[in-house]
Design a protein around this ligand. Structure first.
Ligand SMILES: NC(=O)c1ccc[n+]([C@@H]2O[C@H](COP(=O)([O-])OP(=O)(O)OC[C@H]3O[C@@H](n4cnc5c(N)ncnc54)[C@H](O)[C@@H]3O)[C@@H](O)[C@H]2O)c1
Length: 254
């Protein structure tokens, strides 16, 4: 594991406790050094792992992802939002021999979007994300806007536009929009929106897609992680499902 916070910590402990047949935890790289997990250096991690799971953030992925793949280790990426940067994606794709895998993370339906886009390009894709208002405050926001967000009594649409622009403005909400754009195979067809709702107990993502293959609508409502409320509690379990499928493929949806 690289990163053992809300997502990586749950994944690492489940692997340590032997809950995924065929997989064991070789170590954790995290400057926060969680006391109950075997913290190792990146070099040690690379010499003892077949698969490296990144759950550390966009910057960490850019810094160490190419090195992991170049060392011949497979890499499962959780910070998918980083791949809005085409240059980073190209670098990771050419860094092998290790293979690049993306976690489905907080959302589903990516397989069907990918199939529909493979049949014929999608004509319109939207993803509307609604989160608890206080969790959407960004460092670039002027103080009065941040304060309005913390105290609003009504839902507020903060941004709507090309998915790439929205992911840049809301990096911690970027992963799902990036996953949809990568499944659709086209960033330019995807419109994203971020809505702040003071009453949103659950984080919701409404994804729609239109194209010659059909018309799709997925609505996902996830409980936020108590530790890092910008992430959803289900995400580590999506990661564990991906590790299980790689470790011991049986009947697997791909
Ligand atoms: N794909 C998805 O659907 C999805 C959903 C939610 C979150 N995410 C992304 O997953 C990532 C992790 O989220 P989280 O909620 O676990 O965050 P978190 O802040 O709870 O944990 C991140 C951990 O990474 C560690 N870290 C930071 N930089 C590091 C580095 N260079 N090397 C090693 N460790 C480092 C931190 O010390 C921390 O313990 C974020 O990028 C988040 O945006 C993806």
């Amino acid at each position: 594991m690289i990163g053992a916070g809300a997502i990586g910590g749950v994944v690492a402990r489940a692997l340590r406790d032997g809950t995924v047949p065929g997989a064991t935890l070789s170590g954790v790289v995290d400057p926060a050094g969680p006391a109950d997990l075997p913290v190792v250096s990146l070099d040690e991690l690379l010499s003892t792992s077949d698969l490296v799971v990144e759950a550390a953030g966009q910057r960490a992925l850019a810094e160490v992802g190419p090195q992991v793949l170049a060392a011949g280790r497979d890499l499962l990426v959780v910070s998918v939002g980083a791949l809005a940067d085409d240059a980073l994606l190209a670098k990771l794709l050419s860094a092998g021999p290790g293979e690049l895998h993306l976690s489905t993370g907080a959302i589903g339906g990516l397989d069907l979007l990918r199939a529909a886009a493979r049949m014929a390009p999608l004509s319109r894709v939207t993803i509307e994300t609604t989160k608890l208002a206080a969790n959407l405050v960004q460092p670039w926001m002027p103080a009065d806007q941040a304060e309005r967000l913390r105290t609003t009594a009504e839902p507020v649409e903060l941004m709507r536009g090309p998915a790439r622009e929205v992911t840049a403005a809301f990096p911690k909400s970027a992963n799902v929009a990036a996953s949809v754009a990568l499944a659709a195979g086209d960033w330019d067809v995807v419109e994203a929106a971020v809505i702040a709702d003071p009453a949103a107990e659950l984080t919701s993502h409404v994804i729609t897609a239109e194209g010659p293959a059909g018309s799709y609508r997925f609505e996902i409502r996830n409980r936020p992680s108590p530790r890092t409320p910008t992430s959803s509690e289900v995400v580590p379990h999506a990661v564990l499902g991906a590790i299980a499928a790689l470790a011991e493929p049986r009947v697997v949806f791909r």
